[in-house]
Design a protein around this ligand. Structure first.
Ligand SMILES: [Zn+2]
Length: 224
Protein backbone atom coordinates (compact mmCIF):
# COMPACT_ATOMS: atom_id res chain seq x y z
CA UNK A 1 0.00 0.00 0.00
CA UNK A 2 1.26 3.49 -0.90
CA UNK A 3 0.31 6.96 0.25
CA UNK A 4 -0.03 8.96 -2.95
CA UNK A 5 -0.17 12.75 -3.25
CA UNK A 6 -2.50 14.53 -5.67
CA UNK A 7 -0.53 17.44 -7.10
CA UNK A 8 -1.62 20.12 -9.50
CA UNK A 9 0.87 22.33 -11.35
CA UNK A 10 0.80 26.14 -11.23
CA UNK A 11 2.59 27.83 -14.13
CA UNK A 12 3.23 31.55 -14.54
CA UNK A 13 4.51 33.17 -17.73
CA UNK A 14 3.65 35.46 -20.65
CA UNK A 15 1.31 37.39 -18.34
CA UNK A 16 -0.79 34.31 -17.63
CA UNK A 17 -1.51 32.20 -14.59
CA UNK A 18 -2.10 28.62 -15.63
CA UNK A 19 -3.05 25.43 -13.81
CA UNK A 20 -2.59 21.88 -14.99
CA UNK A 21 -5.47 20.02 -13.32
CA UNK A 22 -7.57 21.27 -10.40
CA UNK A 23 -7.16 18.42 -7.93
CA UNK A 24 -9.52 16.88 -5.42
CA UNK A 25 -12.47 18.81 -3.96
CA UNK A 26 -14.38 16.47 -1.64
CA UNK A 27 -12.19 13.84 0.05
CA UNK A 28 -15.06 12.25 1.97
CA UNK A 29 -17.08 11.65 -1.20
CA UNK A 30 -14.25 9.68 -2.81
CA UNK A 31 -13.12 7.72 0.26
CA UNK A 32 -15.13 4.69 -0.84
CA UNK A 33 -12.26 2.38 -1.73
CA UNK A 34 -9.15 4.27 -0.69
CA UNK A 35 -9.13 6.84 2.08
CA UNK A 36 -8.64 10.40 0.80
CA UNK A 37 -7.29 13.11 3.10
CA UNK A 38 -7.16 16.87 2.48
CA UNK A 39 -5.87 19.09 5.31
CA UNK A 40 -7.26 22.67 5.20
CA UNK A 41 -3.98 24.10 3.90
CA UNK A 42 -4.19 21.77 0.90
CA UNK A 43 -7.59 23.00 -0.24
CA UNK A 44 -7.17 24.63 -3.62
CA UNK A 45 -7.84 28.21 -2.51
CA UNK A 46 -5.45 27.89 0.44
CA UNK A 47 -2.73 26.24 -1.65
CA UNK A 48 -2.94 28.98 -4.30
CA UNK A 49 -2.88 31.65 -1.60
CA UNK A 50 0.57 30.36 -0.63
CA UNK A 51 1.67 31.51 -4.10
CA UNK A 52 -0.11 34.83 -3.69
CA UNK A 53 -2.76 33.73 -6.20
CA UNK A 54 -6.53 34.06 -5.90
CA UNK A 55 -8.65 31.54 -7.79
CA UNK A 56 -9.94 34.46 -9.89
CA UNK A 57 -6.37 35.17 -11.07
CA UNK A 58 -6.19 31.88 -12.98
CA UNK A 59 -7.04 32.48 -16.63
CA UNK A 60 -6.09 29.15 -18.22
CA UNK A 61 -6.60 25.58 -16.99
CA UNK A 62 -5.50 22.42 -18.75
CA UNK A 63 -7.16 19.22 -17.54
CA UNK A 64 -4.98 16.21 -18.29
CA UNK A 65 -8.17 14.20 -17.99
CA UNK A 66 -11.45 14.45 -16.12
CA UNK A 67 -11.06 11.88 -13.32
CA UNK A 68 -12.29 13.25 -9.98
CA UNK A 69 -8.77 13.86 -8.63
CA UNK A 70 -7.78 15.97 -11.65
CA UNK A 71 -10.91 18.05 -12.30
CA UNK A 72 -12.51 18.24 -8.85
CA UNK A 73 -12.20 22.02 -8.50
CA UNK A 74 -12.97 23.12 -12.06
CA UNK A 75 -16.04 25.03 -10.85
CA UNK A 76 -13.80 27.22 -8.67
CA UNK A 77 -12.40 28.88 -11.82
CA UNK A 78 -15.31 30.49 -13.69
CA UNK A 79 -12.95 33.14 -15.14
CA UNK A 80 -10.71 30.56 -16.81
CA UNK A 81 -10.66 28.97 -20.22
CA UNK A 82 -10.23 25.20 -19.98
CA UNK A 83 -8.46 22.90 -22.43
CA UNK A 84 -9.39 19.23 -22.57
CA UNK A 85 -9.34 16.75 -25.41
CA UNK A 86 -12.55 16.09 -27.26
CA UNK A 87 -11.93 12.35 -26.79
CA UNK A 88 -11.84 12.83 -23.00
CA UNK A 89 -14.98 14.97 -23.01
CA UNK A 90 -16.85 12.29 -24.94
CA UNK A 91 -15.47 9.34 -22.95
CA UNK A 92 -16.21 11.09 -19.64
CA UNK A 93 -19.85 11.42 -20.63
CA UNK A 94 -20.05 7.67 -21.34
CA UNK A 95 -17.14 5.96 -19.55
CA UNK A 96 -16.58 2.22 -19.69
CA UNK A 97 -17.74 0.34 -16.60
CA UNK A 98 -14.31 -0.02 -15.01
CA UNK A 99 -13.74 3.74 -15.22
CA UNK A 100 -17.26 4.98 -14.45
CA UNK A 101 -16.67 5.57 -10.72
CA UNK A 102 -13.83 8.02 -11.47
CA UNK A 103 -16.08 10.52 -13.29
CA UNK A 104 -18.79 12.65 -11.73
CA UNK A 105 -19.64 14.96 -14.66
CA UNK A 106 -19.55 17.92 -12.27
CA UNK A 107 -17.75 20.00 -14.88
CA UNK A 108 -20.20 22.83 -15.52
CA UNK A 109 -22.51 24.99 -13.42
CA UNK A 110 -24.20 28.38 -13.47
CA UNK A 111 -20.89 30.24 -13.72
CA UNK A 112 -18.76 27.74 -15.62
CA UNK A 113 -20.46 26.59 -18.80
CA UNK A 114 -19.41 24.50 -21.75
CA UNK A 115 -18.36 27.80 -23.35
CA UNK A 116 -15.43 27.78 -20.94
CA UNK A 117 -14.14 24.56 -22.49
CA UNK A 118 -11.95 24.38 -25.55
CA UNK A 119 -12.04 20.81 -26.90
CA UNK A 120 -8.78 19.77 -28.55
CA UNK A 121 -8.79 17.55 -31.61
CA UNK A 122 -5.11 17.69 -32.54
CA UNK A 123 -1.78 16.61 -31.12
CA UNK A 124 0.91 19.22 -30.34
CA UNK A 125 -1.54 21.98 -29.45
CA UNK A 126 0.18 25.20 -28.39
CA UNK A 127 -1.84 27.02 -25.74
CA UNK A 128 0.85 29.69 -25.46
CA UNK A 129 4.39 29.97 -26.67
CA UNK A 130 6.32 27.46 -24.56
CA UNK A 131 3.16 25.73 -23.30
CA UNK A 132 2.17 22.73 -25.42
CA UNK A 133 -0.41 19.99 -24.94
CA UNK A 134 0.46 16.53 -26.25
CA UNK A 135 -1.94 13.63 -26.43
CA UNK A 136 -0.94 10.74 -24.13
CA UNK A 137 -3.79 8.21 -24.19
CA UNK A 138 -3.83 4.91 -22.33
CA UNK A 139 -5.00 5.71 -18.80
CA UNK A 140 -8.07 7.22 -20.44
CA UNK A 141 -8.75 7.48 -24.20
CA UNK A 142 -8.38 11.27 -24.23
CA UNK A 143 -5.60 11.75 -21.72
CA UNK A 144 -3.16 14.58 -22.43
CA UNK A 145 0.08 15.85 -20.88
CA UNK A 146 1.68 19.29 -20.89
CA UNK A 147 5.14 20.38 -22.04
CA UNK A 148 6.44 23.56 -20.43
CA UNK A 149 9.58 25.43 -21.50
CA UNK A 150 11.47 26.17 -18.28
CA UNK A 151 14.95 27.40 -17.38
CA UNK A 152 15.84 23.74 -16.75
CA UNK A 153 14.63 22.45 -20.09
CA UNK A 154 11.32 21.02 -21.18
CA UNK A 155 9.25 19.86 -18.22
CA UNK A 156 6.40 17.44 -18.80
CA UNK A 157 3.47 17.57 -16.40
CA UNK A 158 2.44 13.98 -16.98
CA UNK A 159 -0.99 13.79 -15.35
CA UNK A 160 -1.76 10.08 -15.12
CA UNK A 161 0.25 9.15 -18.22
CA UNK A 162 2.60 8.10 -15.40
CA UNK A 163 1.46 7.52 -11.83
CA UNK A 164 4.98 7.22 -10.42
CA UNK A 165 8.54 7.71 -11.70
CA UNK A 166 8.72 3.89 -11.65
CA UNK A 167 6.39 3.81 -14.66
CA UNK A 168 9.32 5.22 -16.69
CA UNK A 169 12.09 3.35 -14.85
CA UNK A 170 10.69 -0.19 -15.16
CA UNK A 171 8.92 0.66 -17.61
CA UNK A 172 5.36 -0.26 -16.74
CA UNK A 173 2.03 1.14 -17.86
CA UNK A 174 -0.14 3.12 -15.44
CA UNK A 175 -2.89 1.70 -13.26
CA UNK A 176 -6.57 1.72 -14.20
CA UNK A 177 -5.95 1.90 -17.94
CA UNK A 178 -8.17 1.62 -20.97
CA UNK A 179 -5.24 0.55 -23.21
CA UNK A 180 -1.91 -0.79 -21.88
CA UNK A 181 -0.40 -0.56 -25.39
CA UNK A 182 -1.31 3.14 -25.69
CA UNK A 183 -0.17 3.78 -22.11
CA UNK A 184 3.30 2.34 -22.82
CA UNK A 185 3.56 4.32 -26.07
CA UNK A 186 2.63 7.49 -24.18
CA UNK A 187 5.45 6.91 -21.66
CA UNK A 188 7.94 6.63 -24.54
CA UNK A 189 6.46 9.72 -26.19
CA UNK A 190 7.02 11.74 -23.01
CA UNK A 191 10.54 10.36 -22.64
CA UNK A 192 11.39 11.44 -26.19
CA UNK A 193 9.95 14.92 -25.77
CA UNK A 194 10.77 16.00 -22.20
CA UNK A 195 13.95 16.61 -20.21
CA UNK A 196 12.25 16.47 -16.82
CA UNK A 197 8.95 15.18 -15.48
CA UNK A 198 6.44 16.29 -12.86
CA UNK A 199 4.52 13.11 -12.08
CA UNK A 200 1.41 14.23 -10.23
CA UNK A 201 1.09 11.20 -7.89
CA UNK A 202 4.84 10.67 -7.28
CA UNK A 203 5.62 11.01 -3.53
CA UNK A 204 9.18 12.32 -4.09
CA UNK A 205 7.82 15.39 -5.93
CA UNK A 206 7.43 17.00 -2.51
CA UNK A 207 11.20 17.61 -2.71
CA UNK A 208 10.90 19.50 -6.01
CA UNK A 209 8.24 22.14 -5.53
CA UNK A 210 9.71 24.90 -7.69
CA UNK A 211 12.75 23.58 -9.53
CA UNK A 212 15.01 20.60 -9.95
CA UNK A 213 12.23 18.31 -11.13
CA UNK A 214 13.44 14.74 -11.79
CA UNK A 215 15.10 13.91 -15.08
CA UNK A 216 12.92 11.38 -16.89
CA UNK A 217 14.23 7.94 -15.78
CA UNK A 218 15.63 5.58 -18.41
CA UNK A 219 13.98 2.17 -18.89
CA UNK A 220 15.61 -0.45 -16.65
CA UNK A 221 16.95 2.16 -14.23
CA UNK A 222 14.76 1.19 -11.28
CA UNK A 223 17.04 0.14 -8.45
CA UNK A 224 14.83 -0.23 -5.34
ZN1 LIG B 1 -4.96 10.63 -10.85
Amino acid sequence: MLDLPVYIAAIEGNGHKVLVDTGLSDPAKWSVGNRHIQPPEERIDAALAELGWRTSDVDLVINTHMNYDHSGNNLAFPHAQFYISRAEWEFGAHPSNAQAWTYDLDWTGPELTYMNYTLIDTDDYDVLRGLRIIQTPGHTPGHQSVLVNTAEGILCVTGDAANLLDNFAIPMHVANFVSPRDALASLEKIRSRADRVLVNHEPSIQNFQNSGFPVCPEPGSRTA
